[in-house]
Design a protein around this ligand. Structure first.
Ligand code: SF4
Length: 201
């Protein structure tokens, strides 16, 4: 198949899946507005989204046994292609049962897909990292400019609360240096209140 951009790439010892460039947010710190690629990728901007057949073909070119985990995280929000994400995860585990699967997400999957999507992840996804990014709805709106507007923050919190019930390893993260230092502690408390891990990345 022709080169459409890097659908899979190696980064920090993990294999990363970049299935889409769609995202409902426009975060001011988003790396995709600064560099064209990460890790061993040449371009994470896709000329078009790969089909499921193409995803499987591209994935089979990698030796999955080399990697501890497959991470859905590219130049877009992975849950914009939730069906393909889950099918890819199942396919990867069918080839390499020991591989862990993580989703790095903005937590807006339910708004994107118009329903509670957390149950879909059960038994397939091992870890979810949710970008908390801010201490409240107003701050989130100002930093991430979500197309769903002010309700986005609460939707992300709700998603995290529910996903914790079905996925064993859930983390919330903020980007150090992008929010006022005084906001880090309230963010940590939000994560603690939800009973999930907290990370400053
Ligand atoms: S949610 Fe992620 S991909 Fe989307 S704009 Fe923010 S940092 Fe970029």
């Amino acid at each position: 198949m022709e080169y459409i951009g890097d659908v899979f790439y190696e980064y920090g010892g993990g294999l990363y899946a970049n299935l889409t460039n769609r995202c409902p947010d426009r975060c001011e710190f988003c790396i995709r507005y600064m560099v064209g690629a990460l890790g061993d990728a040449d371009s994470l901007w896709l000329k078009r989204e790969p089909t499921m057949d193409e995803i499987k073909e591209l994935l089979s070119e990698w030796d999955l046994k080399r990697f501890y985990e497959l991470v859905f995280c590219g130049y877009g929000e992975p849950t914009e292609r939730l069906d393909e994400l889950l099918e890819t995860a199942k396919y990867a585990k069918s080839i390499c049962p020991s591989i862990k699967v993580r989703i790095n997400t903005n937590g807006l999957s339910d708004l994107i897909n118009g329903r509670d999507t957390t149950g879909d992840l059960k038994g397939i996804i091992d870890a979810v990292s949710v970008s908390l990014n801010a201490k409240g709805p107003e701050e989130y709106l100002a930093l991430c400019h979500p197309r769903f507007g002010i309700e986005s923050f609460d939707a992300m919190i709700d998603f995290t609360r529910r996903v914790k019930e079905v996925v064993p390893d859930v983390t919330m993260s903020i980007v150090g240096g992008t929010i006022p230092r005084g906001d880090e502690e309230p963010c940590r408390k939000i994560a603690e209140g939800l009973g999930v891990k907290f990370r400053i990345r």
